[in-house]
Design a binder for this molecule. Structure first.
Ligand code: ADP
Ligand code: ZN
Length: 230
């Protein structure tokens, strides 16, 4: 019997052929999801792996053919209409598939990512975990459930400086999907998100809301402690 036919060899072959997995990078807007996605994809390109990068057609805020972070990092990408089109575009010899704005895809995105990972590809998806009301943003929760690796990213609350995991919509219009940048959205911590417009409003002279001021002081102390931790 040839060595290549041995059960051990076959097992090794099986293991190395199917080495795909799913990584998810998720958090609020401005938390660095795109930066982290671009960083991982650049490293794969440096390692001479075949990389394909996709974003949903809906999200062409900054560029038609690039993923662009809020800090102006960019990487070339292809637009796709849905997860079926994404699957059809992935080439056999592709090693790494990057996907940005996962929350704008249809409910079949997790199944498509599973298919790609089962074919041996490293799949990296970035996307919002919550919508502008703090509700889980499908299909990201389903992706988180099946992913091997999860990275949660946090922004800085623009009101108080604490770590922020919510995306606050500054305008009172539209449904779940209103595409925009810092013109429409800002990163906020849990408390400033709940306070809504009251969090940003400067205190008017003679205003007496001692409980709020007291809790704000505690909140600021919390924010300072969080900064020390970073
Ligand atoms: P995401 O993809 O999560 O929306 P990006 O990767 O596009 O985030 O952008 C992250 C960058 O946004 C940061 O490195 C920083 O330069 C910038 N930024 C703007 N506002 C904030 C904020 N409130 N907190 C943190 N970073 C911010
Ligand atoms: Zn805050």
């Amino acid at each position: 019997m040839e060595l290549t036919d041995s059960p051990t060899h076959q097992l090794t072959n099986l293991r190395t052929r199917h080495h795909g997995w799913i990584e998810v990078i998720t958090g609020s807007m401005f938390s660095g999801k795109s930066e982290e996605l671009i960083r991982r994809l650049r490293r794969a390109q440096i390692a001479k792996q075949n990389v394909q990068i996709f974003k949903p057609l809906l999200d062409n805020r900054y560029s038609e053919d690039h993923i662009v972070s809020h800090s102006e990092m960019r990487i070339a990408s292809e637009n796709v209409r849905n997860s079926d089109e994404l699957l059809a575009h992935v080439k056999d010899d592709t090693d790494v598939v990057g996907i940005d704005e996962g929350q704008f895809f249809d409910p079949n995105l997790p199944a498509a990512c599973n298919t790609l990972a089962d074919r041996g590809k490293r799949v990296i998806v970035a996307g919002l975990d919550q919508d502008y009301l703090g509700r889980p943003f499908e299909p990201m929760p389903q992706l988180l459930a099946i992913a091997e690796y999860i990275t949660k990213t946090l922004a800085i609350c623009v009101v108080c400086g604490a770590p922020a995991n919510r995306t606050y919509r500054k305008v009172k219009r539209g449904g779940r999907v209103v595409v925009g940048g810092s013109d429409l959205y800002e990163a906020r911590c849990r408390r400033c998100f709940e306070l809504g417009d009251r969090a940003a409003a400067p205190a008017t002279p003679g205003e007496t809301h001692a409980p709020l001021r007291g809790s704000r002081r505690r909140h600021r102390a919390g924010a300072r402690a969080a900064r020390r931790l970073r």
